[in-house]
Design a protein around this ligand. Sequence first.
Ligand code: NAD
Length: 478
Amino acid sequence: MESRNWIGGEWNKPKAGTLEIRNPSDLAETVGYVHLSGKGELLEAVDAARSAQPKWAAMTGAARGECLYRMAGLLEAHGAELANLASSEMGKPIAEMRGEVARGVQLLRYYAAEGVRANGQMIPSAFVNVKQYSVRVPLGVAAVITPWNFPVAIPIWKIAPALICGNTVVWKPAENGCLTAVKLAEIFAEASLPAGTLNLIIGKGSVVGEALLEEAKIDAISFTGSSATGLRVAAASAARNLKYQTEMGGKNAAVVLRDADLDAAVAAVVSGAFRSAGQKCTATSRVIVEGAVYDEFASKTTEAIAKLRMANAKHEGAYLGPVASLEQFKTVNEYVVTALAEARTVAVGSSADGEGEGYYISPLLVEGVGADHRLVQEEVFGPLAVMLPAANIDEAIGLVNRTVFGLSASVFTRDLNNAFRFLDEAEAGMVRVNQETGGVEYQAPFGGMKDSSSHSREQGQSALDFYTHLKTCAIQYR
Ligand code: NAD
């Protein structure tokens, strides 16, 4: 497969360079070629979106909703092909990838229905014969910058609410999620969207991403990715007074208290830490366990990790596949080396024997480092988690909050008082009881506190706040 740009309803091959994409599960397989764009193509995409926007916004919400329903139907019909491609491109196990595609369909249908839902509020006036109300109006052209780790769901949870609110979109996916992005755009191209409503631009963050931030005539940017890039997006947007949202990294904690259902906690912690090879912003990377159950929890978790199957992402039984890219392999391995040198190993999972050469990193759980150690403070974004003991819930919550991140946090307990205390005091945008740190539902707000986010929320009804201005209208009628 070869990548293409989709600009103003036309497909073009950009010419600013080409990357070969190898399957991270089996490096002998070339999945395709990504052709990179320069600034000129990006500006063309923005112009196309700008020209299409007034007509798209003038359509009724119901008509825009019909487009989104068609996109959902097409995605459902072609979901298997898309999941296969994404699994080959970035190594997410096929079963998880199918789930991600199904989530994309749900998101499209959820936002399609917004086209006919109430928009705004009647607000009583203090004056006679005055009616006043608020109404949501589109921002204009929304730029959507996405990472590779959810190459289908994250773009859709940005694109769908942007479109239903009457914005047009320029989408720049991550370099190693581009083939999936092109396939998704090809699927959407069959949905009869007006030309220029959704535009796909393939290119490097340092080239087309920077041009989007610095000079493109856009009205808003929704970004998901690393904290370093997110802070750059925020600074550039603020300098131009663009509306922006940034969803960034995490260092999510799961707390296991002495009264927890330990078997359920083990399953949730293992899933949170090692599914998707730990490459979720909401992955569990700190496991804080009350002293009384620390050893028992460690031994049950060790047994569970020994049973995990790491394999080619296309194998139905793969619990985890490789990490996504050479860059990921190098970064995560550097943390593994630190962990093996500076921490004690609690458990290490099996290797991917017989799978050929790929970017496989065995699941690893370690202990014995202090709360300020880099393994406890920095986002690893790989299958590596660290255990920390806590004397009681006070100490556990203190550890949860002792980080610059604040995306997701869980507690495992059967005590309602502990559960509510945790929900109140954990500094994270998503807090959960007896559930893993990953896996939020699409109809609920998604986002973090502290350095994990620019503090707005995605998904659910919150996305509508980001993709619109709220206009206050008042009428004196007699
Ligand atoms: P990244 O920051 O390297 O890249 C994200 C996107 O930004 C890519 O499309 C990239 O091309 C683009 N980009 C890079 N430099 C840019 C620049 N100077 N200007 C504009 N755009 C630029 O992140 P990644 O490696 O793709 O993704 C992994 C990170 O994403 C992890 O830190 C993870 O926690 C985070 N993430 C967060 C969430 C969330 O919702 N909080 C969800 C998924 C992933």
